[in-house]
Design a protein around this ligand. Structure first.
Ligand SMILES: [Zn+2]
Length: 418
């Protein structure tokens, strides 16, 4: 099994009897988040365009002189740049584009001299700064560089483990953790996946020119057959830029809480009202769940919230973080080796954000995360707790969602398992 560029083999394989649009490929693209093409500056194609890579010692003033800008024009540009996005010096190799315009025949004042119509300066890998002379003034904009989006599909049959199979299918590891996250409330990737289970993915690969090795990936649709039961996930944005995964009925697969705060190897100690404490050698209630994991494994906030406590706790918790999620729920993460950078009391964190790393600080016998969940200040067993599900697709967006679903399912149906 290999991840292959998406080739549509027509709609004959469509699982649905409903009419699929003739250009499914185009249509799928239309449903994707906008590709953020950098729109060409208006009318610039008719201008004289000079590209320049900054040399050591280059400055805007020098370049303006080099390109023949007269003093008043230079001042106009420099002031405008200073006001909008000051350039503190050019980085050698920094890419710049100058666009020059000839004066209109009627306006002879500039004596037939070309003037600068627009200037583009690459800010970094992601952004371009643009100044364009309009009728009244020079207009500044900051634009994101375009990237290529490729749609791909992959599939496989599980022989040993799903992650292993997915790697064999040529999938990026980030897609595998996305997959586990998406289905985390439906399928436990550690326990439930078995030989013969199958998976199919439709995903996008986003990269910038020349930086294909740093592509980012996003699952658009997934199908897993686990013990004969089919699970689907459809990516959909109810709000621009804020996507989530839904089942075929439009119910969100996500909950306000992650099922687990980390990737763990086993659960070594479960919530109980009384257990023998290995260090204190007494029976004490164990208020929490112990997740065994390698030292240094990232620990995530299970839901959005505010950090109530982050630091060393004398009571045996070692390095500990406490998060208040809302007026009802709070969580605790203990025995951490370290806090994630920037984590401190009062900070707002979001679901899935890395807050610290697994360790064995405080009263602990080995690397693990001690995790506590509180509901209305009462301990709750996090493993048995049913977190409230998130919302469904809004009725007004239902048709859009159904369209996306239909197209995605068509793609999945056309994807072989190997
Ligand atoms: Zn514990």
């Amino acid at each position: 099994p290999r991840a292959a560029p998406l080739e549509l083999s027509g709609n004959d394989k469509a699982p649905l009897n409903e009419v699929a649009p003739p250009e499914a490929k185009t249509a799928v693209r239309d449903l994707l988040p906008p590709q953020q093409d950098l729109p060409p500056l208006e009318g610039l194609s008719t201008l004289r365009h000079v590209s320049h890579l900054a040399h050591p010692g280059d400055s805007l003033t020098r370049l303006f002189i080099k390109f023949g800008l007269k003093e008043p024009e230079r001042q106009l540009w420099l002031q405008s740049i200073q006001k909008s996005h000051p350039i503190k010096g050019l980085r050698p190799g920094q890419e710049m584009h100058f666009y020059f315009v000839k004066p209109e025949p009627s306006a002879n004042r500039s004596g037939g001299q070309e003037t600068l119509k627009a200037l583009e300066i690459e800010l970094n890998e992601d952004w371009i700064l643009t100044w364009e002379k309009g009728r009244k003034e020079i207009v500044f904009s900051k634009r994101e560089k375009p990237y290529d989006v490729e749609l791909k599909t992959a599939g496989g049959v599980v022989e040993s483990s799903l992650p292993e199979e997915a790697l064999k299918a040529g999938l990026d590891p980030s897609l595998i953790s996305q997959l586990a996250d998406i289905f985390s409330w439906e399928i436990d990737f550690h326990k439930d996946i078995q030989t013969g289970d199958t998976f199919k993915l439709l995903y996008e690969q986003k990269s910038r020119k020349g930086r294909e090795d740093q592509a980012s990936f996003r699952i658009l649709a997934a199908e897993i057959v686990n013990a004969g039961q089919k699970f689907f996930a459809i990516y959909f944005e109810q709000e621009k830029g804020k996507g989530s995964y839904y089942d075929l009925d439009g119910r969100s697969l996500a909950r306000a809480f992650l099922r687990f705060p980390l990737e763990f190897t086993s659960i070594s100690s479960q919530f109980s009202h009384s257990r023998f404490h290995p260090i204190l050698k007494v029976d004490r209630p164990h208020n929490g769940v112990d997740f065994s994991a390698k030292r240094g494994t990232p620990v995530r906030a299970v839901s959005d919230g505010k950090v109530l406590y982050a630091g060393w706790q004398k009571g045996g918790y070692g390095r500990m973080i406490e998060i208040q999620h809302d007026s009802v729920y709070a969580t605790r993460y203990a025995h951490l080796q370290g806090l994630a950078q920037g984590i401190h009391r009062g900070l707002n964190v979001h679901r899935g954000q890395i807050i610290g790393y697994v360790g064995s600080t405080g009263r602990s016998t080995g690397a693990h995360l001690h995790f506590e969940l509180y509901k209305d200040k009462e301990y709750v067993d996090a493993l048995k707790f049913e977190y409230p599900p998130e919302d469904k697709i809004e009725p007004a967006l239902r048709r859009l969602f159904d369209n996306a679903k239909k197209l995605f399912l068509t793609e999945l149906a056309a994807t072989p398992h190997s």
